[in-house]
Design a protein around this ligand. Structure first.
Ligand SMILES: Cc1ncc(COP(=O)(O)O)c(C=O)c1O
Length: 287
């Protein structure tokens, strides 16, 4: 079966999907994206992702080409056409195609592109072993709350992680961890409390983060919303990350220093199980 993508109103084999040379996404990184998990053929936390998309588009003044219902239909149809039962749906909206000039072009239609990636999120070897992270300076701009397609700093951060034998980079500003290259970062104190950096323009408001913090509250796990340093993270009982493409993943070392006993910790394992239960329940409710 050929891989089918969605581009500007049509479902096409990927080989036929072409974006014009003068697309502002290509020339300026002038666009917004989203990434949503699919589990059992159903979208996880879709409403919250679409709400974040609406906000990001509004902040950079790109018109939203679809309603929430239309976006959902497109996502579901693309998953169906690709036989996607577990994995990821990526989509982006750019300001469109126009002669290169910095200012917004007039009467330009946004470019919409969407594709799927199959991936085992629940049965993940990384969840069993935990992952290593390195720390790097946070080189990004000052509106990280917007899910912009400008990802050069994250590309460099994650490549540095790979070259150091790690799987994620934690970005650091003024001594405090902001977040991972493509994930939200957390630690667990020796008293069993979760520490998460509060939302601001310094980090992306992770949708998995939002769901997980609500679930952990229900489970009676205490939360401290405050920034934490690399030193505090290295001394923590546990560390973990969240993202739509991984749910919850244990972090077992930072810059080569083991966290806790160097194995996935009990609070992280519990949170991962709680999150998977919630995502599975969403799927069953949709069936
Ligand atoms: C910088 C950054 N932070 C956090 C996240 C996690 O967000 P979410 O849970 O919505 O996938 C991502 C995901 O791509 C990201 O790129």
């Amino acid at each position: 079966m050929s891989r089918i993508v969605f581009l500007n109103g049509s479902f096409l084999p990927i080989e036929e999907a072409k974006v014009p040379f003068m697309d502002r996404g290509f020339l300026f990184g002038d666009g917004i994206y989203e990434g949503i998990a699919v589990l059992g053929g159903h979208l996880v936390d879709n409403e919250a992702h679409l709400e974040r998309l609406e906000r990001s588009l509004r902040e950079v003044r790109i018109p939203n080409p679809y309603t929430r219902e239309e976006w959902t239909q497109l996502e579901e149809e693309l998953a169906r056409r690709n036989g996607l039962t577990e994995g990821f749906i990526y989509f982006q909206v750019t300001r469109g195609v126009a002669e290169r000039d910095f200012m917004f072009p007039e009467n330009t239609t946004p470019t919409v592109a969407m594709f799927t990636q199959a991936k085992s999120i629940v049965n993940s070897p990384a969840a069993e072993t935990g992952i290593a992270v390195i720390t790097v300076p946070d080189l990004r701009w000052k509106r990280r709350d917007i899910k912009s397609i400008n990802l050069l700093a994250q590309v460099l951060a994650k490549q540095a992680a790979k070259e150091a034998g790690a799987q994620e980079a934690w970005m650091v500003e003024d001594g405090f961890v902001t977040e991972g290259g493509s994930s939200s970062g957390f630690i667990v104190t020796k008293e069993g409390r979760i520490v998460a950096r509060p939302l601001s323009n310094a980090i992306l408001p992770g949708i998995t983060r939002q769901s997980l913090l609500a679930l952990s509250k229900e489970a009676g796990i205490e939360l401290e919303e405050r920034p934490f340093t690399v030193e505090e993270a290295c001394d923590a009982a546990e560390a973990f990350l969240t993202s739509a493409s991984n749910f919850v993943l244990p972090i077992v070392s930072i810059d080569g220093r083991p966290i806790g006993n160097g194995k996935p910790g009990p609070v992280t394992k519990k949170l991962r199980a709680i999150y998977i239960r919630m995502a599975t329940a969403q799927r069953m409710a949709a069936e």
